[in-house]
Design a protein around this ligand. Structure first.
Ligand code: ADP
Ligand code: ZN
Length: 522
């Protein structure tokens, strides 16, 4: 059993669950549950409710009993928890005898941290005694709206939870995606005996934060000009490496800003000094790695810029979310480029994580790239990822200036076919040489100048093809194989494109810069 009592929620989040940031709302809920307060949290489906009781379960004494109506979900969660070394078990009608025995053994040996139960179990004789014996520290109620007699999902046995709570005298943490006021009131009456739970019902939107992305062109100049337009305001620049924090802080100072760097390699005292200065001074820029932030509680940060692409969409949301806590206007700008994508993919592939976690990490990176190269409103895409529906916001770069869209299907097909005809064994540079008909040594040695695709892409410049391939990587049509020096291979998602079954819209700006060339010379 991982001994959570001595670890912070943040370190458990990464070490046990493998996540690099809390999702919107999670941290506050986790804090309240750990503190032993009755809580009612309303989060959209897919928002990440399970973590809000699983993580506290590791920090609190005793067993956390999870009441859930969905047997399949309970089994999934038990499997997932065990896979990361957390003792969890379920008592459901779907159990085999051995499974049930194993659960009881874990209880008797005092190993169990999480016990999932279907509500029906509460009615069974012996459950009350079992509960007394367990040493329950917390009751978590999933799908709490099932307690509502007027709802579609009413489960009569949920009505027993209230009695269980007063019997055991432990806090209850209830979760649901159903937010209407009536259901909420009913949950409060029936689960909390009418007491006042800490209630979390907050949309994830931070409307005062302006969202913007830019393809990396000249990152140093892009950051300097963003900062120059906001002179005298407090801001954070996030960088991917320690060295870069120092270089950029230097460049900002030369440009007349108050700027300091911050990263995990600095000694504790220096870091504390930066934190103190930042919170007390107006108009200081901190150029930092992600090490900066956990303890930052400055309400009037006016802007956050990313000189490198964050790790995941969750990390992005958390980092930009440090701006404008006071509700005042705040701006953000995130740079992204092909080297970022390559680096992040390599970090995931080379990590020691199990394969499923790597897949999930690639998925979260894809979500962020999808946001970077979104065709419409960014806020809509961002909130949509967290399960919240919304209209175009009018307060992001793309609502203000919609990107120009082009039909990129044929161009994408050309890249895919160049990759396929060369055995999916080469990186972007070589594929572009083939497409643009460049007779490099490598092209000639491999005989790639005799391929039908050789020179079939002269309508675009090399830079434009770079942009196009980046967009393809962003949409996960092509992936670099880190075991084979970043050789680009085609994903399943690309198959229908190659067959001409789906059209690919692309952003012209991401391909722009160089002028469109006149058609092939020869
Ligand atoms: P809900 O119960 O709210 O519908 P889940 O608890 O099943 O949602 O979580 C939905 C997905 O989000 C899961 O795949 C989970 O692994 C993932 N998830 C939860 N919290 C985080 C986080 N902080 N960072 C990244 N992924 C997360
Ligand atoms: Zn918008």
């Amino acid at each position: 059993m991982p001994d959570g009592l001595f670890r912070s929620p943040g370190s458990l989040l990464s070490e046990i669950f493998g996540f690099d940031a809390f999702r919107p709302g999670q941290e506050e809920i986790v804090d309240a549950v750990i503190a032993g307060r009755d809580t009612l949290a309303i989060m959209p489906t897919g928002g990440g409710k399970s973590l809000c009781y699983q993580l506290p379960a590791l920090c609190r004494e005793g067993v956390t009993v999870v009441i859930s109506p969905l047997i399949a979900l309970m089994r999934d969660q038990v499997r997932a928890m065990r896979a990361v070394g957390v003792e969890a078990g379920a008592l459901t009608s779907g159990n085999t005898e051995e499974e049930t025995e194993e659960v009881f053994r874990a209880i008797d040996e005092g190993r169990l941290k999480l016990l999932y139960m279907a509500p029906e179990r509460l009615a069974a004789s012996g459950t009350r005694m079992l509960m007394q014996r367990l040493g329950v520290g917390l009751i978590a109620v999933d799908e709490a709206h099932c307690v509502s007699q007027w709802g579609h999902d009413f489960r009569p046995d949920y009505l027993r939870i209230g009695a269980l709570r007063s019997d055991l005298g432990v806090p209850v943490a209830a979760f649901t995606a159903t937010a209407d006021a009536e259901t909420r009131a009913e949950i409060v009456t029936r689960l909390f005996g009418g007491g006042q739970p800490d209630t979390f019902l907050r949309g994830f939107d931070r409307p005062n934060i302006h969202l913007a992305f830019q393809p990396k062109d000249n990152p140093r100049r892009q950051i300097l000009s963003f900062a120059a337009a906001r002179k005298g305001q407090s801001g954070i620049v996030y960088c991917g490496t320690r060295a870069k924090t120092e270089q950029l802080a230097d460049a900002l100072r030369k440009d007349g800003h108050e700027a300091v760097s911050y990263h995990g390699g600095m000694d504790a005292e220096d870091r504390r000094m930066v934190e103190t200065r930042f919170s007390r001074e107006d108009g200081l820029i901190v150029v930092a790695t992600v090490a900066f932030g956990m303890g930052v509680d400055k309400p009037d940060i006016r802007w956050v810029a990313h000189a490198d692409l964050p790790k995941s969409i969750e990390a992005y949301y958390q980092e930009i979310g440090r701006a404008g806590r006071d509700g005042g206007p705040a701006e953000t700008m995130t740079l992204y480029g092909q080297d970022d994508i390559r680096l992040r993919r390599a970090q995931i592939d080379e990590s020691a994580a199990p394969p499923e976690r790597k897949d999930a990490d690639h998925g979260r990176l894809n979500a962020l790239l999808g946001l970077a190269e979104a065709l419409g409103c960014r806020r809509q895409v961002l909130l949509g990822y967290f399960g919240e529906e919304s209209d175009p916001c009018g307060h992001c770069d793309q609502c203000q200036v919609p990107p120009e869209i082009i039909d990129g299907t044929v161009a994408v097909q050309k890249v895919l076919s160049a990759a396929l005809r060369t055995g999916e064994s080469f990186g972007a540079g070589h594929l572009i040489d083939i497409l643009t008909g460049s007779e490099t040594e490598k092209v000639k040695i491999r005989g790639h100048d005799r391929l039908p695709t050789f020179g079939c892409g002269r309508e675009f410049s090399k830079t434009q093809w770079q942009g196009l391939i980046r967009q393809m990587m962003g949409r996960d049509l092509l992936r670099p194989d880190t075991e084979r020096h970043g050789a680009l291979y085609m994903t399943e998602a690309a198959r229908p494109v190659l067959k001409g079954e789906v059209r690919v819209d692309l952003r012209r700006d991401a391909m722009a810069r160089a002028e469109r060339r006149p058609a092939a010379k020869e």
